[in-house]
Design a binder for this molecule. Structure first.
Ligand code: ADP
Ligand code: MG
Length: 287
């Protein structure tokens, strides 16, 4: 049996030649970055490499001084977080920004509450919350408990679920597993796979190379505010990534963003839960 050939993925977002200064500090210089639908791209680099600055430009928190951002092939201006949200770029910041005293449903719909007549439509919001959590295969004991009572992994789940309410094309996760134990980390990594299956482009900032190797399709390395390598995860080991992050391999130019039709298909393959370390590639499945 031959595996069905997955359709080529669409490029959602491209950044070309992005520059950003804070006074005398050059946080980003000539950075290229892109993400396709149904792809998990890890953004890695040492502290101060420019990761947060780059995603804050995508989130509309900062504006770039130089460069071009394209969304679905057209240049866009991201002047505010509202611009980013409207385009379909959702960000889960590291602090999660949940309201601890409110329950899961209230947190998901905060600021976008559904109303029926002049009242909040609690039933509809709760049903849609369960539907979303089921789609994400997320385990929560109840959606009517204050999020303060949830574990770190469950709170991350709530924050990610909330980011999906507007059905974004791109979801940015800033260090989603940084504060989590082993089991909770596994839950969040599963959630990231569900995001990929749903077709979102996922940008994952992480310091944890095991997480990156387990869940990402591609990794983009920043070093001192510049591109320092861009890799298909299936082709590399953790050591390669660490060398690029620390500068043992320096001045690796970014590959120019390939046209979407040149992207190797074969990464939208359902993986077993105890996945092999190396991802299956298209050539493994042929014949
Ligand atoms: N708001 C800011 N004001 C001044 N300098 C900043 C600001 N934000 C980031 N920087 C500087 O920009 C560089 C990149 O920082 P950042 O994007 O936070 O890196 P990372 O997230 O990779 O650790 C660092 O030198 C940092 O000190
Ligand atoms: Mg940062």
């Amino acid at each position: 049996m031959t595996a069905p050939r997955p359709r080529p993925r669409e490029r959602v977002l491209t950044m070309h030649g992005i520059g950003k200064r804070f006074g005398a500090v050059r946080a980003l210089s000539d950075v290229d970055f892109w993400v396709d639908e149904g792809e998990v791209v890890a953004l890695v680099g040492d502290n101060g490499a420019g990761k947060s600055t780059l995603v804050k430009i995508l989130a509309g928190v900062y504006t770039a001084d130089a460069g071009v951002i394209e969304f679905d092939g057209s240049p866009v201006r991201l002047q505010s977080p509202a611009d980013a949200q409207e385009l379909g770029i959702a960000t889960v910041f590291q602090d999660l920004a949940l309201c601890d005293n409110l329950d899961v449903v209230a947190n998901l719909w905060l600021g976008r509450e559904l109303v029926s007549g002049r009242r909040l439509d609690e039933v509809e919001m709760e049903q849609r919350t369960w539907t979303l959590l089921r789609e994400l295969a997320a385990k929560l004991p109840s959606v009517r408990v204050p999020v303060a009572s949830l574990s770190g992994g469950q709170r991350q789940t709530v924050a990610i679920a909330r980011s999906l309410i507007g059905d974004p094309r791109v979801v940015i996760l800033d260090e989603p597993t940084a504060a989590l134990g082993v089991a909770q980390t596994a839950e969040v990594l599963n959630l990231i796979e569900r995001l990929r299956e749903r077709g979102h482009g996922v940008i994952l900032i992480s310091h944890n190379m095991a997480d990156v190797m387990a869940v990402a399709d591609r990794a983009v390395v920043l070093r001192l505010g510049r591109n320092n390598g861009e890799y298909d995860i299936a082709d590399i080991t953790t050591e390669t990534l660490i060398a690029a992050i620390t500068g043992a391999t320096a001045d690796v130019p970014a590959r120019p963003a390939p046209a979407p039709e040149q992207i190797t298909p074969g990464r939208i393959i359902p993986l077993p839960t105890d996945r092999p370390r190396r991802r299956p590639r298209a050539q493994d499945l042929d014949g």
